[in-house]
Design a protein around this ligand. Structure first.
Ligand SMILES: [Mg+2]
Length: 282
């Protein structure tokens, strides 16, 4: 087996070295494999660049929304804003309450209290459409989501005020012990098998909220999806927009909405554009 003259280009800390080596074919393959493996351990900056440059599949349509959700400072600010507003409204509702009825808040979990974007980014990079929800079970059991800014401080405040907290989420009921453990690990208050009310067949959020209302007055609902607030938002996108108009006064008072640019009923909607011809650099 003869030797192979190979011109190897090596990137080292921003420097480029070119070396001509006398190698057997196996040696050349081994070195090239090692270089490929080394470059596979890219820096975060290099990985971010690959997301913007290698749109290899349609799932990369989600990239900009995911970037906004995971990386923008505006998302953090909006989440703080929502929790600050929720706190003000809760305090005023407690002050106005003069009956014996027990007070409660109902909060959604995903993209309201916690951030699941690492799962969504992983799926996008694997060209898997995460809105089919067939990777969520694994994430619920083994994933490590993080708290949204302001979530724990707000819920601790609710707890100190003696108001009941119900976590009404469409996470899988079959993974309830895992979701309870996740919420407890994040240090959230009042997490129990009674307060955590998850999805199961024939038990939509409207029914779970009705269950809470059997013994409590719900003073505040928190969510990133309109169906977190009322069954009137379970229709078409157009019907949802109409219902938003008709209930405008409830947003920021009874219903606190959180931003989610990564998934929702809107992801398949057709965009509308200005129909004027393009005039560039006039
Ligand atoms: Mg949610």
């Amino acid at each position: 087996m003869g030797n192979l003259n190979s011109l190897i280009t090596i990137f080292t800390g921003g420097h480029i070295m070119r070396k001509r080596l006398h190698l057997s074919p196996f040696g050349a393959i081994a070195i090239l494999s090692a270089l490929l493996l080394a470059t596979a351990g890219f820096t975060p900056a290099a990985k971010a660049q690959s997301d913007s440059q290698d749109k290899v599949c349609k799932q990369y349509e989600f990239a900009m929304g995911l970037r906004y959700q995971q990386k923008s400072a505006e998302i953090d600010a909006l989440q703080h804003q929502a929790f600050n507003l929720a706190r003000m409204k809760l305090d005023s509702k407690i002050a106005a309450h003069d009956g014996d009825e027990k007070l409660a808040i109902v909060t959604d979990v995903d993209e309201t209290l916690i951030d699941n974007s690492p799962l969504l980014v992983r799926d996008m990079r694997n060209c898997h459409t995460f809105t089919t929800w067939d990777t969520w079970g694994h994430w619920e059991r083994e994933g490590v989501p993080t708290l949204n800014p302001g979530a724990k401080a707000f819920l601790d405040h609710v707890d100190r005020k003696g108001v009941a907290i119900f976590y009404v989420s469409n996470r899988f009921g079959a993974n309830k012990p895992d979701t309870i453990r996740t919420l407890q690990d994040l240090g959230l208050p009042q997490v129990s098998k009674d307060s955590v009310m998850l999805w199961s067949e024939g038990n939509p959020k409207t029914k779970r909220r009705a269950k809470v209302r059997e013994n409590h007055k719900i003073v505040l609902l928190l969510g990133d999806t309109l169906a977190d607030f009322s069954g009137m938002f379970e229709g078409s996108l157009q019907e949802q927009c109409t219902a938003v108009q008709e209930n405008a006064a409830k947003f920021g008072t009874d219903w606190i909405v959180f931003p989610n640019a990564t998934y929702g009923d809107w992801t398949e909607a057709e965009l509308e554009g200005w129909d004027a011809p393009m005039k560039i650099a006039e």
